[in-house]
Design a protein around this ligand. Structure first.
Ligand SMILES: *Cc1c(COP(=O)(O)O)cnc(C)c1O
Length: 384
């Protein structure tokens, strides 16, 4: 007469719920992305560029914030050109955008991917003469008139055509004959330093090179370039970072923070003097301390470089990270808080009003861009 007992596994839904539909309590951290602030940043940047337009730069999953969601917000705000870095990012995003909205690949078209790129309706930034010739050949073979963007190297020596390559295009008009030249672009290396002489030098070189090509809309400025003034705006600007709330230099006013990150407390512990904390025993207490173990580690993009260097916040109190950051957790010293203030399940601020992504990144020698793009995939994400 023993009632059959359901195995715990039989209680689990047959198809696993996707991570994003799980309750917030199932995650070690909560990442909040303020889409209102993001949209406001985009509109603010657009208002600064006069009759020029702002494209949306949504490479690297929109700097870690979710390319599909971000692209929808930007579309609604009037954005009509999008950039990603790689072809696989473009193919993943293509169906989220209207067919007539250009989706462009900054890193160019790799040899052998031209027909894939053309069939998917994706516009490559041709960064070398070889790329442009291959793209032109693809247009002839597929009997299509394909859009193209040409990037010229105005001094950064990263991507784009050299002056000699630009001369070759100018000398062989048949290369461009089967193509629509939609944009000529280049990229600034020092835009976040408004007084750097490279800005003006790159702008002049950009003008010199594009004058050799058939007339086409022009684009030079990233986020920082927008704040350099009207001479840098041309027809299209390409802001990424500032849309996502990153600080792009001393003139970048009017940008609202977009990202907040909280970590959950797993445990509170009291340790005596001369106790060790974490891998490698790199920290030893010189007095009795109260610690909290947080459920966020380097697998979540909370860098191991924060070991002994980072801090988090509870209300207005800064709490130092002690010992090494582990893969899934890190320890903080909460001795400065009243006893009982933090309990298991409570949250502390990693990124937010007390510590921007730029400020946190600066403590470990990197930049807000890297901080955002490294944010992990285990957080509970809240889009506001
Ligand atoms: C990433 C990138 C941008 C956007 O730069 P931000 O500094 O994030 O505004 C613009 N143009 C090119 C070519 C890029 O690679």
């Amino acid at each position: 007469m023993i009632a059959p007992v359901a195995s715990p596994l039989s209680l689990v839904a047959k198809s696993a719920p996707d991570r994003h539909s799980m309750p917030c309590e199932a995650s070690g951290g909560v990442l909040t992305i303020d889409l209102t602030a993001l949209e406001s940043n985009y509109r603010h940047l657009s208002s600064l560029v006069g009759s020029a337009r702002c494209a949306g730069v949504v490479k690297a999953d929109a700097y870690g914030l979710g390319a599909e969601v971000v692209a929808k917000v930007l579309l609604k705000a009037g954005c009509s050109t999008f950039f990603v870095a790689q072809l696989n990012e473009a193919t993943a995003l293509r169906s989220s955008l209207p067919d007539d909205v250009p989706l462009c690949v900054l890193n160019g078209v790799a040899p052998g991917t031209e027909s894939l790129c053309a069939a998917a309706g994706i516009t490559p930034v041709c960064n070398s003469l070889d790329q442009l010739i291959a793209w032109s050949r693809t247009a002839r073979e597929m009997n299509l008139r394909l859009d193209t963007i040409i990037q010229v190297d105005s001094g950064m020596s990263r991507l784009g055509m050299s002056p000699a390559e630009v001369d070759s295009i100018a000398a062989s008009p048949d290369i461009l004959a089967p193509l629509n030249l939609k944009l000529v672009m280049s990229h600034l290396a020092c835009g976040d330093d408004p007084d750097h002489p490279a800005n003006e030098a790159q702008r002049r070189e950009f003008d010199r090179l594009r004058a050799k090509l058939p007339p086409a809309p022009a684009s030079l400025a990233n986020s920082a370039g927008i704040f350099l003034g009207r001479n840098y705006h041309y027809d299209l600007c390409r802001p990424g970072a500032a849309v996502y709330g990153i600080d792009v230099g001393p003139r970048a006013h009017g940008i609202r923070p977009v990202v907040a990150l909280k970590a959950r407390v797993a445990q509170i512990r009291e340790i005596p003097a001369n106790a060790h904390v974490g891998y490698g025993f790199t920290f030893a207490s010189d007095r009795p301390m109260r610690l909290a173990t947080l459920m966020v580690g380097y697998a979540d993009g909370w860098s191991r470089h924060f070991s002994a260097k980072g801090r988090v916040w509870c209300d207005d109190v800064a709490l130092p990270i002690v010992g090494r950051v582990s893969m899934d957790s890190c320890s903080i010293d909460i001795s400065a808080l009243p006893e009982g203030k933090l309990k298991p399940g409570d949250f502390v601020e990693l990124l937010g009003p007390h510590q921007s992504a730029d400020a946190a990144a600066g403590r470990i020698g990197t930049i807000g861009y890297e901080m955002l793009t490294q944010l992990g995939h285990r957080y509970h994400r809240k889009y506001r």
